[in-house]
Write a protein that binds this ligand. Structure first.
Ligand SMILES: C[S@@+](CC[C@H](N)C(=O)[O-])C[C@H]1O[C@@H](n2cnc3c(N)ncnc32)[C@H](O)[C@@H]1O
Length: 258
């Protein structure tokens, strides 16, 4: 079951009929209350603006969090020239195309988009309705960007739901080559921007205390490998990863199908 944290409401940035109608529709789709800007009572707001959907902390001066794959300095573009050397791409073991990867913890989609850039066919699963809405909005805008459109349209599919259920229900001929997991874990983010993003997403989604159960199901479902992202010095989620790929602050543990 998707978990819903209390304290989130949908807000239209301005009281314009178009924005208010979209906010009302989203409130129905996500079963989250609709409120007005400046109204007290909620810690977090999902704000419908003319340009995009944003997550904002009520009463805070820190800027909004949103999914964005179109900025010139977005992770996907910065890393695309160095894809072959990227530890995630090496860990995922792209052998043949299409290489079907399930990103079982999609979040705001940075890793899912990077995998799609590298040529994987990605099923991105996110169980928090609010975070899935932010990701869906980022993908919608990416569809309007000429460079991103083919990557997103042809190779990335967002599924709203719990990956434990989605994976368990996959028929044999749908099983992915690899499953990737990046559960919420105590994190020393490098930049202030990723710290803010991680903190707000954790407020929405909570800690992923059931990651071990997801891992067990992922191992039964992946044809070739399961890849788990960890902080560099954190213990592995499960014993004896076959291979480890290390970045500067994080590590990818690879478990091969025996
Ligand atoms: C640390 S974030 C992932 C960040 C992501 N890798 C990225 O590149 O943006 C973890 C996310 O996984 C989601 N999640 C955790 N367990 C899940 C599950 N069993 N099914 C679907 N989503 C899950 C959480 O709701 C949260 O949004």
């Amino acid at each position: 079951m998707a978990r819903m944290q209390p304290g989130i409401a949908i807000v239209a940035e301005r009281p314009e009929p178009g924005l208010v109608d979209r906010a009302r529709r989203l409130s129905g789709e996500l079963s989250l209350p609709l409120t007005s800007a400046g109204e007290p009572g909620y810690d977090l707001h999902l704000v419908v603006t003319t340009r995009r959907l944003e997550l904002r902390e009520a009463g805070s001066r820190t800027g909004p969090v949103y999914a964005d794959f179109c900025r010139p300095r977005s992770v996907s573009r910065r890393q695309v020239s160095a894809l072959a050397r990227d530890p995630l791409i090496r860990a995922i073991g792209l052998k043949a195309k299409p290489w079907h990867v399930v990103d079982a913890t999609a979040g705001l989609g940075r890793n899912a988009v990077l995998l799609a850039w590298a040529g994987c066919s990605v099923t991105a699963i996110e169980r928090s309705p609010a975070i899935a809405a932010l990701l869906g909005d980022g993908l919608r805008r990416a569809m309007e960007d000429p460079q991103m459109q083919p990557v997103v349209a042809d190779r990335l599919h967002l599924v709203r739901g719990d990956a434990r259920e989605v994976l368990a229900e996959m028929a044999d001929d749908e099983q992915p080559d690899a499953v990737y997991m990046d559960p919420m874990f105590p994190h020393r983010a490098k930049s202030a921007a990723s710290k803010k993003e991680m903190r707000l997403c954790r407020l929405v989604a909570g800690d992923d205390t059931d990651a071990a159960e997801l891992f067990t199901i992922a191992r039964r479902t992946a044809r070739h490998r399961v890849v788990v992202k960890r902080w560099l010095r954190a213990p592995p989620l499960a014993p004896d990863p076959a291979i480890q790929y290390k970045g500067r602050s994080i590590r990818y543990d690879v478990y091969l199908r025996g």
